[in-house]
Design a protein around this ligand. Structure first.
Ligand code: ADP
Ligand code: MG
Length: 255
């Protein structure tokens, strides 16, 4: 089955002054996949995402998104991507419904705020202010704002950082639903279990270079084939399993 390439990045470089944060990386994202960018803090993940999102200038390289060259048609790219807006844009006086209407206006779209809030399970918070939401609810709202312009691709930069295990799992389901509807997802995370569950393929970036690019399954197989063994026998459960078992699988109302 031939799958279309929706994002192509060739020899991307980015320097901040004398410091080269991204050192010539190349990768392709296929239409409909969940693609992960993994790597230590400072590896260059956010820089790379923000360049593709047209929010940051690149130093060198060629980026093509859905056939549009970033250098020639950034406006066309903006129309088909969904980006998490900075929380500073969430005017404190407005409730969630009003914020969605405001953002819809920015995209020149008329949207039904309640329907959008439904997709992220926040209908009952329609009249709440952003600051009144829990961490998980904030992240779900932030993901809702990426969907306002019905994008073909969404970018999620550490969407689950700081969330409790239930809220994290809840967000995985949301992200899978979004992909199920045909949207391509690019995500960064520091949680390897999350990348394993969610991502079709991951690029591991270290100091501005891609050091591996494969499906999680293949990367693990490669490591094992190289003779790697865990130092001690793995138990059939881990502490996170204990936590989930004890506190319940379902999301609390306050999440
Ligand atoms: P990641 O998202 O992988 O943690 P970033 O892309 O945020 O990494 O940052 C990559 C490197 O570039 C880091 O060393 C960071 O300090 C540096 N950097 C990021 N943004 C700027 C900036 N605006 N000015 C100077 N250096 C920056
Ligand atoms: Mg980052």
């Amino acid at each position: 089955m031939a799958v279309n390439t929706i994002i192509s990045v060739r020899n991307l470089t980015k320097s901040y002054g004398n410091f080269e944060a991204v050192k010539g990386i190349s990768f392709e994202v296929k239409e409909g996949e969940i693609f992960g960018l993994l790597g230590p803090n400072g590896a260059g993940k956010s820089t790379t995402l923000e360049i593709i999102e047209t929010l940051r200038d690149k130093t060198g390289g060629v980026i093509v998104v859905d056939g549009f060259d970033l250098d020639k048609a950034p406006g066309e790219i903006k129309k088909i991507i969904g980006v998490q807006l900075q929380t500073s844009g969430y005017y404190p006086g407005l409730n969630l419904t009003e914020l969605i209407e405001l953002f819809g206006g920015l995209y020149n779209r008329t949207i039904d705020p309640l329907q959008l809030l439904d997709t992220v399970n926040l209908r009952d918070k329609a009249k709440a202010k952003y600051k009144e939401l829990s961490g998980g609810q904030k992240q779900r709202f932030s993901i809702a704002t990426t969907l306002i312009n019905q994008p073909r691709i969404i970018f999620l930069d550490e969407p689950t950082t700081g969330l409790d295990p239930q809220a994290r799992r809840n967000l995985w389901e949301l992200i899978k639903d979004i992909r199920q509807k045909g949207t391509t997802v690019i995500i960064t995370t520091h949680y390897m279990d999350e990348a394993e569950v969610l991502c079709d393929r991951v690029a591991i970036i270290d100091s501005g270079r891609i050091i591996a690019l494969e499906s999680p399954d293949k990367l693990i197989d490669n490591l094992v084939a190289g003779g790697f063994e865990r130092p001690k026998e793995v138990k059939k459960a881990n502490l996170e399993d204990v936590f989930i078992q004890l506190t319940g699988h379902t999301l609390r109302p306050e999440h």
